[in-house]
Ligand binder design. Structure first.
Ligand code: ZN
Length: 158
């Protein structure tokens, strides 16, 4: 969230007029969401170690849900509603004047984060909250292990 637009947004914030909107509001405020914890457990069970809620780049104010620092892999666990999942990212009909630009900003910010990190050699992996955590963990493991073995080969050949 950019701090510049925050007061105006708060002023204009509607009542949580539907149970759906209320639920989403609560979900965004929470850290360590159930999908994040499930993914972390699955990765841990596969023997992977990672850092939680870190900036991949100190100078870039974006926090990844997980990072594998030496492999330079950043993982974001994206909520279906907030990040516009193709299956569940419905546009709320109530107060759409409020939600539509907010969700669009999230999408732009996600794309911008990916672009900036990939621009300096990171791999960005996004996991939807609806995904099977074990499947997602396998996907991440493949990328992290492949990255590590490439880096080791490069180091050995020096
Ligand atoms: Zn979804």
């Amino acid at each position: 969230m950019s701090s510049a637009s925050r007061p105006a947004a708060r002023e204009r914030q509607p009542f949580a007029s539907s149970p759906t909107a209320r639920r989403h509001g609560q979900r965004q405020a929470r850290k360590d969401t159930a999908p994040e914890l499930a993914l972390r457990r699955a990765l841990h069970a596969q023997g992977l170690r990672y850092l939680v809620h870190r900036r991949p780049l100190p100078a870039l104010r974006r926090i990844a849900d997980l990072i594998f620092a030496s492999a330079k892999v950043a993982v974001f666990v994206d909520g279906c509603f907030w990040h516009g999942c193709p299956d569940h990212g419905i546009q709320p009909q109530t107060n759409s004047w409020y939600w539509a630009p907010k969700l669009e900003r999230n999408r732009q910010r996600d794309a911008d984060t990916t672009q900036k990190l990939e621009g300096v050699g990171w791999i960005v992996m996004r996991v939807w909250e609806h995904e099977d955590p074990v499947e997602a963990a396998k996907r991440i493991e493949q990328v992290v292990r492949a990255r590590r073995s490439v880096r080791q080969r490069v180091q050995r050949s020096r």
